[in-house]
Design a protein around this ligand. Sequence first.
Ligand code: ZN
Length: 136
Amino acid sequence: MFLKVEHLGIAVKSLESAEALYERLLGTTVYKREAVESEHVTTSFLQTGETKIELLESTDPNGAIGKFIEKKGEGIHHIAFEVADIHAEMDRLRSEGFILLNETPKKGADNKLVCFIHPKSANGVLVELCQEIRPQ
Ligand code: ZN
């Protein structure tokens, strides 16, 4: 089951200036900055109501965000939906013919298990599924 839009991911060239801008825009402050080395990004999160904004700065020009910015410039990179059971949703989407970019959930930023769906499967939109990692 899809629960809500958990966050929007925005690719930025400079996290520092984007943080300042989004803090002014949203009237709130960044509550977390986190490096995700496997994805070659540093992320910052701002909360707005039930939804978060994830700012993504590349740490490697050959990483996904580095390439995205080179090709398309700064802007919305992905939409992330919180799901109740990421394994069940991945199975369901696979059987519906969606192309998943990872075969098993992987550890993402903000204490989440994540899986990405290929933009070709979703009208050009990179869709992320995420589920909070709960303490065992
Ligand atoms: Zn994300």
